[in-house]
Design a protein around this ligand. Sequence first.
Ligand code: NIG
Ligand code: FE
Length: 414
Amino acid sequence: MRKLFKDIARVVSMDEGDVPKRGGDLSKIGLRDGVDILIENGVIREIFPSGRYGASDVDAVFSAEGLTALPGLVDSHTHSVFFGSRVDEFYERTRGKTYLEILESGGGILSTVKSVRNASYNDIEAFSSGLMDSFIENGTTTVEIKSGYGLTEKDEIKMLEVISNLSKKGTVDTVPTFLGAHALPDEYKNKKDAYVDLVAEKMIPQISQNRLAKYCDVFCEKGAFSVSDARKIAESAVGNGLRMKFHSEQFTRSGTTDLAVEFGASSVDHCIEMNEQDIEKLSKTDTVMILLPGSELVLNQNKFAPARKAIEGNCVVALATDFNPGSCPIQSLWLIGSLAVLKMAMSFEEVLNSITVNAAYSAGIQNRAGMLKEGLQADIIFVEAPYLNELFYFVGSNPVKIVVKNGKVIRSVL
Ligand code: NIG
Ligand code: FE
């Protein structure tokens, strides 16, 4: 099956520069005018000067007149399989309660844990499937999703199975991450070591054997898990073939960076409280700093990750939503991009690289997603953006008109 996308105003291929992108390469976006895209069996076959092929050479022709083609966006850090709502705590926080206080009193993450434990596999899948539709509407075609609301062997596996199965529906691709160390479940209160042992010695080997996750993550934070807990988990994860990610330096500085470097982590995420030494150490690695300004906005932190220092220090950076029912009910990477511009002084080119190619790199899928390039999966979005730098200027708007997933048009609002 050969399909031709023609009349495209411009293609932003994101494939200019080395992958992962850092420093000056983050300003390169691979802008091309006057080209068409040929897709064959779900894969990008050719990007070539308009007019080389006509209707008689292909099985179907689509006109994208006046629109800009970009790679389908990659959301590299989410908690988007869950059940229930935490709307009450959303309002409670506006009246002075903090995120960590709510967690310490048994709410927050633990309230979603209750809902997930009480819900059936089918309920969770149906609920999360609706959430995937909103990602597609916003042009996000690949989503990294963490478990972490089950916190028992059975419930974590239930979540990871939902995450894998969401990929089979032909809309978004999912990348599964095991986050057993997300919060200490009630039944392990005052027995944290026993819970860490359960995660490291029982859950990780089983999840890895059944190929239910590609990555393992730990929430390193006061009130959650310490660096020494994280070390035990990382040793088991890496020994069992899972790469590490760390929720790191979100509210307080824990010193997780050294551990991330030691274990060759795929990413460190949040990074608000990182200092210059942390940035310097990361600059010598391929570990991606995934910045999540949406949770800073929702939690009213008034402090954002040191993006400029990270970029100027030559670190690999990506941006993600951190979508979850608590700290960040935001699914739009466009809004995240606007926050990155407004609150972290990132340029629109840096933002585009951070939600496409570098995000794909952080999820280990740079060979199939994140760029428009021959041989990659045909995940393409067509956006309305007469001036490219306006993509993040209309804060809160959604420029996506057509979404193509694996070569198939799965959404069009023309
Ligand atoms: O990245 N900080 C820990 N985990 C998530 C929040 C999850 C939740 O509140 O349900 C985060 O912000
Ligand atoms: Fe998170």
